[in-house]
Design a protein around this ligand. Structure first.
Ligand SMILES: Nc1nc2c(c(=O)[nH]1)N[C@H]1C(S)=C(S)[C@@H](COP(=O)(O)OP(=O)(O)OC[C@H]3O[C@@H](n4cnc5c(=O)[nH]c(N)nc54)[C@H](O)[C@@H]3O)O[C@H]1N2
Ligand SMILES: Nc1nc2c(c(=O)[nH]1)N[C@H]1C(S)=C(S)[C@@H](COP(=O)(O)OP(=O)(O)OC[C@H]3O[C@@H](n4cnc5c(=O)[nH]c(N)nc54)[C@H](O)[C@@H]3O)O[C@H]1N2
Ligand code: SF4
Ligand SMILES: [Mo]
Length: 751
């Protein structure tokens, strides 16, 4: 236990850039030295760059896209970020969220040193009365406290609430807890489970070759509105090349407003539209025979199964005329390459109880037109295959967890095999202590507002004996924490990325620290390694370090940290020609339109029609839909003064006609109420939304007073989202265990 002396320097040292863990989508950061070439360079060729500025290769850390960039640094200040033109993800550009992140680096509100709570009371608006402590004190205190809890209540009393990370996973496995909880069932498990079952054997593909698509059919996929660099650029190129863009969306999203056709579908009914499309395509014999015969299994079952899903039937459910459905089905199959992209929170994301089945129908449609791993379609992973953590650092045997999980996630046989968890059932488990009490959590990369029914989650986190949060900003979770551990901003970090959302050929981009560490921060891998040793799990971390992990991964693909970090472009690439996949990672080696994996796991092998969970009632007459602003990334950017100025708050976005009928005018304060809570926001009246829908954007309503720019602006739409019991979740019978983020209805009235 505890007390291990660190020989690593953790104090702020303005000359050395040391240890780090980097943001989402990047490999672990490490204590890597800045190579010599990162030095003053004049950039006369581009007036934008200050003369004499130092050029540092980096990778944007705002989202998991992993766009490579050059940071221009002068007088120790990062002045400008520019997308790396040789990088396939960035294509010489960054998105607005990437460009703006210099403001977050220099945000005066950042968490600057480890802190300990002195006020035992916890709750919304309660001052934690933090005091500054040293890293030694923080880590000793955490080690002692966690060991005491594990001794008394068992390893399952400790939860890791964070995205998958090899260092924290190893610590959790060494301790023996089954409770690794991350957010993907609020984000993309519905698509993931279907790709895994029907095509990849692993996850969903993140690369879409939109640039070469001739026909793009979006079921709510807001390719242009999220400003995601690669989606935006490639969709724009497709449009320039003459592609047709058709968007189904209950509201006129940015993508819908640029589309050739906007189809305002009724929320949660896209599955009916897709099933009728499949029927038209197989019945009119419009599918790609060559592709389907060679690379898929189950076309006969599909023909049989769609018999009753006529366009007339779908018209009644979707409120879209049958002729439109027939027309889109014909266009989709006659304008190849045609493609249905689905990124995360579109209609096939975990919004509705039938979203997984829509994801399945979309894979069938893409397969029928031959757009799976073919130009202009979804592209399976070309990311370089790195060696695994356990391979690089073999470990002693882990104890077998003796209990089930607190969120009941093991109840979902296919998706629970991936490192995931259930944000929708976690609060219930903690509050009811079912099946056992949990007492402590290590939380990273989320705040209380990241969970459905955020107020209930706040209660749950408050109930814990001990909460540790890793953060860069003083979020709501920080306000509830016993110990806060500050991490460096990505511009102060090193690491590498293997092209999160756009990888047509293997490529790795390096991130070197553009800024020295401004505060007393430490990288995640180094914190965890140190904590593990202090807790007495040193044997699992023998010889393990972030530096070695990075270098070994790179050596595993034929390069090294030395080589990558000294590359003037900061890139390692393997320019392989595109070879279409001919064998897929399923039991039959084909794309399984009729999914044997689903069947073996007790689910229908085909996407039978199933209505969404909740329909409007007299009490709650509106569908509730969520989106996010292009300038913000979830909960990471509201305190950014530029982003905040552009998008300071959210609204209840309503159809003008319906709102006026309710006596609600543009700008009026309204209450939006669901069966679990209510929020107060200003109404925004528009024409481009169905009269039966209300849309509220996510990411607002920050109650942490320490976020001086974002505090108290707008409201948290997530307060309205019902959370669930494990039984409720299981009864939905969704193989993707989606959190049903939009599958509920609301009422709206003047405040
Ligand atoms: N700018 C920005 N970009 C981001 C993020 C961010 O926070 N900001 N976050 C990233 C992450 S983690 C995620 S999950 C994604 C989220 O980004 P998206 O997946 O684009 O999700 P939303 O912004 O919620 O947009 C969902 C769209 O689906 C529509 N919709 C809702 N219900 C239905 C329906 O039943 N049918 C149809 N056809 N459409 C429907 C909504 O009106 C909305 O236009 O974006 C990523 N990129
Ligand atoms: N109500 C509601 N809840 C949702 C959603 C919704 O639409 N509505 N969307 C869901 C989706 S799709 C997603 S992806 C999740 C995302 O969950 P969010 O909480 O929205 O995620 P982020 O914005 O990625 O990051 C959250 C926290 O991580 C911190 N952070 C940023 N960089 C670092 C870093 O390098 N180190 C550390 N330690 N912390 C850092 C930020 O300051 C922020 O406080 O939320 C889900 N929850
Ligand atoms: S798409 Fe993501 S990684 Fe790329 S610049 Fe924007 S926020 Fe950064
Ligand atoms: Mo997400």
């Amino acid at each position: 236990m505890g007390g291990l002396r660190m020989d690593e320097k953790v104090a702020v040292n303005r000359r050395t850039f040391i240890k780090t863990a980097v943001g989402t989508g990047l490999a672990m950061g490490t204590g890597l030295k800045v190579p010599n070439f990162v030095k003053a360079k004049s950039k006369e060729q581009n007036a934008l760059y200050e003369k004499g500025a130092k050029e540092v290769p980096t990778v944007c850390g705002v989202c998991s896209g992993g766009c490579a960039a050059k940071a221009y640094v002068k007088n120790d200040r990062v002045k400008q970020l520019v997308g790396n033109p040789k990088d396939q993800a960035a294509g010489g550009k960054l998105c607005v969220k990437g460009y703006n992140s210099i403001e977050t680096l220099y945000d005066p509100d950042r968490v600057k040193y480890p802190m300990k709570r002195t006020n035992p009371d916890k709750g919304i608006g309660v001052d934690p009365k933090f005091v500054k402590i040293s890293w030694d004190e923080a880590l000793d205190h955490i080690a002692n406290k966690l060991n005491t809890i594990v001794d008394e209540y068992g390893p399952e009393a400790l939860m890791f609430i964070m995205r998958s990370n090899p260092f924290s996973s190893r610590l959790g496995k060494a301790i023996g807890t089954p409770n690794f909880i991350s957010h993907q069932s609020t984000c993309f498990t519905t698509q993931e489970v279907m790709w895994r079952s029907m095509v990849t054997g692993g996850g969903k593909p993140w690369t879409y070759d939109l640039e070469n698509s001739n026909y793009i059919l979006s079921f709510g996929c807001d390719l242009l509105g999220k400003a995601k660099n690669m989606h935006l650029r490639n969709t724009a190129s497709a449009l320039e090349n003459g592609a047709k863009l058709v968007v189904l969306d209950p509201r006129k999203s940015t993508t819908a407003s640029r589309a050739h056709e906007w189809i305002p579908i009724k929320p949660g009914t896209d599955l009916a539209f897709a099933l009728a499309m499949i029927k038209v395509i197989v019945e009119e014999d419009l599918y790609d025979k060559d592709f389907v015969n060679k690379y898929t299994e189950g076309i006969d079952e599909i023909k049989e199964f769609v018999k009753d899903y006529t366009p007339e039937w779908a018209e009644k459910i979707t409120e879209i005329p049958k002729d439109t459905i027939v027309k889109i089905a014909r266009e989709f199959s006659n304008n190849k390459p045609a493609f249905i992209p689905s990124h995360k929170r579109d209609a096939a994301g975990p919004n509705y109880s039938n979203s997984s089945r829509l994801a399945q129908a979309q894979i069938i449609l893409n397969a029928l037109v031959g757009s799976i791993d073919r130009k202009g379609g979804a592209i399976l992973s070309r990311n370089p295959g790195f060696p695994g953590f356990d391979e690089v650092f073999p470990s002693p045997e882990f104890p077998q967890p003796k209990t089930q999980r607190i969120d009941g996630f093991e109840q979902h046989p296919i998706i629970s095999e991936m490192y995931r968890g259930d944000f929708a059932t976690l609060a219930e488990g903690i509050l009811t202590e079912n099946p056992y009490p949990v007492k402590a959590a290590l939380l990273r990369g989320y705040t209380t507002l990241s969970f459905p029914n955020a107020k209930r989650m706040t209660k749950a986190l408050t109930k814990l004996d001990f909460l540790v949060t890793f953060e860069i900003l003083p979020s709501e979770a920080v306000q509830l924490s016993d110990i806060v551990l500050p991490e460096p901003h990505w511009l102060e970090s090193s690491g590498f990325s293997d092209r999160g959302y756009h990888c047509l050929h293997p490529q790795v981009a390096v991130r070197l620290p553009a800024s020295e560490r401004l505060h007393d921060t430490r990288g995640f891998s180094s914190i965890i390694t140190d904590l593990a040793k202090r807790m007495g799990y040193g044997e699992y971390f023998e010889g393990v370090s972030g530096e070695k992990w990075n270098d070994k991964q790179l050596k595993g693909i034929g390069t090294s940290w030395e080589e990558l970090s000294n590359d003037p472009d900061g890139l390692w690439s393997k320019q392989l020609p595109f070879e279409p996949t001919t064998e897929f990672d399923t039991p039959s080696g084909k794309i399984e339109l009729y999914s044997t994996v689903l069947k073996e796991n007790g689910y229908d092998p085909l996407p039978y029609w199933k209505a969404k969970r909740e329909e409007p009632s007299e009490e709650y007459p509106f569908y509730f839909i969520i989106s996010r602003p292009s300038v913000h990334k979830m909960h990471s950017t509201q305190n950014n003064p530029i982003a905040n100025e552009i998008s300071p708050e959210n609204h209840a976005v309503m159809n003008s006609k319906t709102a006026l009928e309710l006596g609600i005018n543009d700008g009026d304060e309204v209450i939006v109420e669901s069966k679990v809570s209510q929020i107060k926001v200003n109404a925004k009246l528009i024409e481009g939304i169905r009269p039966d829908c209300v849309m509220v954007k996510h990411g607002f309503g920050r109650w942490s007073k320490e976020l001086s720019v974002a505090h108290s602006k707008g409201a948290n739409e997530g307060d309205l989202i019902p959370d669930m019991t494990v039984d409720e979740m299981r009864n939905i019978n969704d193989p993707g265990a989606g959190a049903c983020m939009s599958d509920f209805c609301v009422k709206v009235f003047k405040a």
